[in-house]
Design a protein around this ligand. Structure first.
Ligand code: GLU
Length: 429
């Protein structure tokens, strides 16, 4: 059905090239962090550049690692950042559902096809046996891997076990000659090690990431997969699944790691890589978006810092300019970008109201002695018959001594909290 839809869509919009459809496919096992935000952003920019569609798909097949509310928070953070999906679990779309746990019947239907064409088989090995295999390998200093035993079970034996309801998973038969492929960022990639047959449907009936990802990317007509480099080594496996179904795979572009300023790996355990951390600090969405375009390439960037609009970023983004080496983020850049964004926002009257409200919240939340400050600001606005936005404008003037002074946030940055507080108290006293 979708093929027909797509053709209509292409015809209606007069495109001659195939429709670009990309996706961001997070697992709701934690909050959105800078690495995920960059993956989402690059997919989004790529889709907008080609008049394509950007999908949000929730990959929740590992039910043991789910975090309540994570999906809603992920989506909310994307929208806050201005990355609006065309198809997602809430908006829906022609290729939904967009949550993998709601697609279990689809995976069951497709795994049957692989069993029928002899590309997959049930595996009855117990956890105990797999554990023994692992231990033996470690003892022999080998990389632990499954010995493909159930691949060679007689058909009758399989039938009998299945009829008795013996617990099993489904494994995919890997070929002995793994395929290489051409990545749009990393170029020719050749797998180095021969892996064992891997699980595609777990004993609990849920698919594994590798299987669900391929089935969904095909059914959702994904044309380009832009994702973190940690998945580069898995792509040859995915390509074998595409081949077993007789499907044309999408194009792949893997994105390099983002590192901390000190060169260490960004870890989800560190609070300051979460998008929420920046939101709470009053960083503006476009400042954060521009910040992450400084890690990983995809843009012409020199030492000058500018806070570009989405329209500009869409024009600038070039998939051929993505780096293969990991990049560090520098926090000073973020502060500079945030200042630029504040100046941008202040130059537009419509934004000033929103901005002033934000500044007010920031001031109240940031000053240690917030009760006093609140009382003092309220007193000041009542005695002067001023509305809060007007008050903030006035304060800016008072604090800086200039008619168009810097915002209170900027004042705090320049003078430090204590001095700003003193000045505020003096003016409000
Ligand atoms: N669910 C995977 C992740 O969170 C998605 C990887 C992919 O984009 O294929 O990393």
């Amino acid at each position: 059905m979708l093929r027909a839809l797509t053709v209509q869509f292409i015809q209606r919009r007069g495109y001659s090239e195939p429709l670009v459809r990309v996706r961001f496919a997070p697992s709701p096992t934690g909050d959105l962090h800078l690495g995920g935000l960059r993956t989402a952003l690059y997919n989004y920019l790529f889709s907008r550049q080609h008049n394509g569609h950007f999908l949000l798909r929730i990959e929740d097949t590992d039910q043991t690692r789910l975090q309540p509310g994570a999906m809603e928070r992920l989506r909310n953070n994307l929208i806050w950042a201005g990355i609006i999906p065309d198809e997602d679990p809430v908006r829906g779309g022609p290729t939904g559902p967009y949550i993998q746990s709601k697609r279990l019947e689809i995976y069951q239907e497709y795994v049957k096809k692989l069993i029928e064409n002899d590309s997959a088989y049930p595996c009855f090995c117990t956890e105990h046996r797999l554990d023994l295999l692992r231990r033996e390998a470690v003892k022999a200093r080998l990389v632990p891997k499954y010995d493909n035993r159930c691949r060679h079970l007689e058909k009758d034996v399989v039938k009998e076990k299945l009829s008795k309801g013996v617990e099993h998973c489904i494994r995919f038969k890997l070929s002995t000659e793994p395929q290489g492929f051409k990545d749009l960022v990393y170029g020719d990639f050749e797998p180095t090690q021969q892996e064992a047959d891997f699980v595609i449907i777990k004993a609990d009936g849920y698919p594994t990431y590798h299987f669900a990802n391929v089935v969904d990317d095909h059914l959702m007509e994904i044309s380009h997969v832009l994702r973190g480099v940690e998945w580069l080594v898995s792509t040859p496996k995915h390509l074998e699944i595409y081949q077993a179904f007789g499907w044309t795979p999408p194009n792949f572009a893997h994105l390099p790691l983002i590192l901390n300023t000190d060169g260490s790996k960004l870890s989800k355990r560190q609070g300051d890589i979460k998008v929420d951390f920046y939101r709470e600090q009053g960083i503006f969405p476009l400042a954060l978006i521009n910040y992450i375009t400084h890690a990983g390439g995809g843009f012409d960037r020199d030492s000058s810092i500018s806070c570009y609009s989405y329209e500009q970023l869409i024009k600038q983004f070039d998939i051929n300019k993505i780096n293969t080496h990991s990049s560090k983020l520098n926090r000073d850049t973020l502060m500079e970008l945030n200042k630029l964004e504040i100046v941008n926002l202040l130059s537009d009257n419509n934004n000033t109201k929103i901005l002033v409200e934000k500044v007010r919240r920031l001031v109240l939340e940031t000053f240690p002695d917030r009760n006093n400050l609140k009382t003092c600001l309220k007193k000041f606005s009542t005695t002067n018959h001023l509305e809060f936005p007007k008050l903030m404008k006035l304060l800016r003037g008072h604090l800086s001594g200039l008619e168009q002074g810097p915002s209170v946030v900027e004042m705090m940055e320049i003078l430090g909290k204590d001095k700003t507080l003193n000045r505020l108290n003096k003016h409000c006293g």
